[in-house]
Design a protein around this ligand. Structure first.
Ligand SMILES: [Cu+2]
Length: 68
């Protein structure tokens, strides 16, 4: 199990939090997604077949790119 915390500057409201949580949860292997509106972060717990590359690619696709 891997836990990552990403900075996602585009998080601006509760809708963003909901979108990120529901979309990232769809990736097979993702165990939990906790997006935070105030800090503009997301804590994601996952296992294979999910990977950081897949998660970051999806976030970029739905217009919430991770800040490096
Ligand atoms: Cu929003």
């Amino acid at each position: 199990m891997t836990t990552v915390k990403y900075s996602i500057p585009n998080i601006s409201c509760g809708h963003c939090v909901h979108t990120i949580q529901s979309e990232v949860s769809e990736i097979p292997g993702v165990q939990s997604v906790q997006a935070d509106q105030e800090n503009r972060t997301a804590v994601i717990v996952f296992d294979a077949p999910a990977s950081e590359d897949k998660i970051k690619a999806l976030l970029a696709e739905i217009n919430y790119p991770v800040q490096n």
